[in-house]
Design a protein around this ligand. Sequence first.
Ligand code: GTP
Ligand code: SPV
Ligand code: MN
Length: 598
Amino acid sequence: MTNHPEILAWVEEITALCTPDAVHWCDGSDAEYAALTSLLVARGTFIPLNPEKRPGCFLARSAPSDVARVEDRTFICTKRRNEAGPTNNWMPPAEMKARLRAKFAGSMQGRTLYVVPFCMGPLDSPLALVGVEITDSPYVVVSMRTMAHMGARVWNKLGTTGRWLPCLHSVGHPLPPGTPDVSWPCNEDKYIVHFPQDPAVWSFGSGYGGNALLGKKCVALRLASWIAREEAWLAEHMLILGIHDPDGNSTYVAAAFPSACGKTNLAMLVPPESYRKAGWRTTLVGDDIAWLRPDSEGRLRAINPETGFFGVAPGTSPSSNANAIAAIARNTIFTNVALTDDGDVWWEGLTDSPPAHLTDWQGKDWSPDCGRPAAHANSRFTAPAEQCPSIDPAWQNPEGVPISAIIFGGRRPGTMPLVYQSFNWAHGVYIGSTMGSETTAAATGAIGQVRRDPMAMLPFCGYDVGEYFSHWLEMRRHIRHLPRIFHVNWFRKGPDGKFLWPGFSDNMRVLEWIIRRCRGTVAGHETIIGWTPHWEDFNHEGLEGFTRDDFNKVMAVIPAEWRAEVLSQGELFLKIYDSLPKELVYQRELLSARLSLD
Ligand code: GTP
Ligand code: SPV
Ligand code: MN
């Protein structure tokens, strides 16, 4: 419990509005976790998995309409519309609050209101942000305990005057007397709403992932990006990875890829055998969100504000991601994966051939020939970060780790080479701002269309994206040792529709070139788009069946493709023209000029 007067008053106000049957103040203890998971089992939300195969693990199946982030129902409610910018949904705060108050009124009838204190970032970090989530979903409470520092220690940190962010959440499914509950309560009418000038979050109608675990995308990206602009730091959709070479040098990189484009995979990378034999290692600091702040020596340092993984299940296998497989062996909540007959989990890609019989993510009988996927494409695991074998010893260091390189990348079937380096910071910001990627199942809507996703932050930037680019350009003045900026693409395809690059472990080869560029120990070759490696500069030892010719294909810069690219970038720039920094317009003009010389 807390004696923080503002929090006590807020909980009282929300209790009066939402009219729950009971109020529970969370302490984050093991006993509380055990009681809540038992409650979830009793209600049918959780299926306990086979304790021999998956100790401490549960399976949840969501409503079929509540399986991913809902970008069209996500709002940034600033006082003025232009503060939210042209890429965010907006409504005047007072109007939105009136509408939501009507939604929240009585919304927790028949349920318990949980008060969940959480801290994003190590408890003793100067970067940490504290929030209090009120929720009527015990699934959210147990997930928050894995994903953030949660419970009594957070009340202690706050004292009676500490800064905190109110985060209100309801699944929007009241239970008038006599109404039976359902296993995944939610509401068809969803609202994921941010008031960055309060700052506060109000989320209604969804129980899934980033819609409901409000510390993650809502606080650690949308609200934090707003705060970061005011305080001269960066809140980004990035993994943080340490690379340790045989000579004992450690280099940390941060990489921004859009949702379901390989952050978790890269963050948990296992180097190829030839590298491991030579003594290379990688360590994980974070897999989804990075907060980056210049230290007193002018070096950019990064912390991971989360303590768990909410990772995409499909495609995760011992060969694609052995560290993730180890991390999810116990104490993991699986959502929307398939159930095996012996009480274990399965998803597409986990094994080469599927089991003969499964129960699919909707609880229906499944066989390999039934024509339906067994797991939902956005099915996920919620696992404690400390269970990852490659977790970095410094992952909870309150000061964070020093960042030498920033890597942007997306799913691009064409145009984008495997890797290139920007000429300088401003050019790097231009590369990040014009990033594109095929859309994935992480958000509801069409899948597989290339859309611009600046810095992988399109769905997560809490203010005008043009102002956000200006902030990135400005950061140059605060950082003495500027990280080098790169762009990668693991997803380029050949005419046969197959990936040109083996990816996964072999991405280590690209990382080696990147960190050696940062140290100035390898050549880069100037092209019209930036600096690139030649085959000779690229460690291809042990890369069976991948020839110089294949390398040239995956690295090719094709002017016709780049002309189309520059035109398509222009569509984004027109849309956000009012606040677009002129420096990025010049960068695009410079690229056009280099292209026309070619
Ligand atoms: P969010 O949690 O949604 O933010 O996403 P994430 O970026 O952490 O995504 P994740 O690592 O879970 O992405 C997984 C998807 O990327 C799967 O479809 C993988 O098969 C694919 N993927 C990851 N690395 C590679 C790679 O090197 N090559 C190819 N072809 N696919 C990859
Ligand atoms: C993403 O979509 O980028 C995620 C998953 O990391 S969620 O937390 O649901 O947003
Ligand atoms: Mn993400």
